[in-house]
Design a protein around this ligand. Structure first.
Ligand SMILES: [Zn+2]
Ligand SMILES: [Zn+2]
Length: 282
């Protein structure tokens, strides 16, 4: 596939999904916003542009380029023996999704990695733009991990492109503030992580933050025991974000970039204070 064609497909697909979800959020929002779009979107979209430019600049070959080289050189488990093409694509897709799940768990458990990833969690509302808000260093590390998986497993290039396009779309979808009837949510979350499922992961309560790590396929959380169906305070009552970095000034682009290198100096609320506030009348 031509590099430019691939880029047009990726950006075009992402833009269509973004606009459709943004419209759905306006027409049928799941919960009232604390801060809203005007103060959050400039930085959330700004960091996305920065991430995209940095990855193209620092790792121009990217995971798909490595997949082509691996296939030509016979590297990776799937390239050792011939498999039916469709099976290689499915196996490669699943391997990448499992790797992203494991990476996400590691970014919560390893303190140094959590410093990078907590910037994603520090958003005070969760909507489609949160699904694009990741620290540039996390994005670079994530790309390197993906490249390692591609080399080790021998993921076909078509599976890499499909995975990246799908993950991008599902990440925007499961962060979106879109309302779905409960029966539909129950059905959809059998095959893909829904907004109600991922919102639990953005709860200020740590035991909820440390659950529902899946970004795309919902099965790994059930297999590895990290699945939590609903937030204890309910979707309307739960507090989004962290106990730290709750000053709205932290939503600025420069503050997002420097956040991993700072400790919170703001007024921060304690987890138990927020818990009792959630339990009280509203
Ligand atoms: Zn997380
Ligand atoms: Zn998230």
């Amino acid at each position: 596939m031509e590099l430019n064609t691939e880029l047009v497909i990726r950006v075009g697909a992402a833009l269509c999904v973004f606009l459709a979800l943004a419209l759905w959020e306006v027409l049928s929002p799941r919960r009232a916003m604390l801060i809203g779009r005007a103060r959050r979107w400039p930085a959330n979209l700004g960091i996305l542009v920065l991430d995209a430019l940095l990855v193209r600049l620092l790792i121009p070959v990217a995971a798909v380029g490595v997949a082509v080289i691996a296939a030509q050189s016979g590297w990776g488990l799937l390239n050792i023996t011939p498999w039916p093409a469709w099976l290689e694509v499915v196996a490669g897709f699943l391997a990448l999704d499992l790797a992203i799940y494991a990476q996400h768990v590691a970014f919560h458990k390893v303190p140094l990695l959590w410093r990078l990833h907590r910037m994603h969690h520090a958003d005070l509302d969760i909507d489609v733009s949160t699904g694009l808000r990741f620290h540039p260093i996390e994005i670079i590390l994530s790309m390197l991990i993906k490249i390692a998986v591609v080399l080790l497993v021998g993921v076909p290039a078509v599976a890499v492109v499909a995975f990246e396009v799908v993950l991008n779309a599902t990440s925007m979808f499961n962060h979106s503030n879109t309302a779905m009837p409960p029966w539909l949510d129950r059905l959809v979350r059998l095959i893909v992580v829904t907004p109600d499922m991922h919102r639990v992961h953005h709860s200020v309560l740590r035991h909820e933050t440390d659950s529902n790590f899946g970004f795309n396929l919902p099965w790994w959380d059930r297999v590895f025991g990290t699945y939590r169906p609903q937030p204890q305070a309910g979707h309307e009552g739960m507090t989004i974000g962290l106990t730290t970095f709750r000053d709205p000034r932290e939503l600025r682009l420069d503050r997002l970039i420097t956040q991993p290198f700072r400790n919170d100096t703001g007024a921060g609320a304690t987890s138990s204070a927020i818990e009792s506030e959630q339990a009280g009348p509203r």
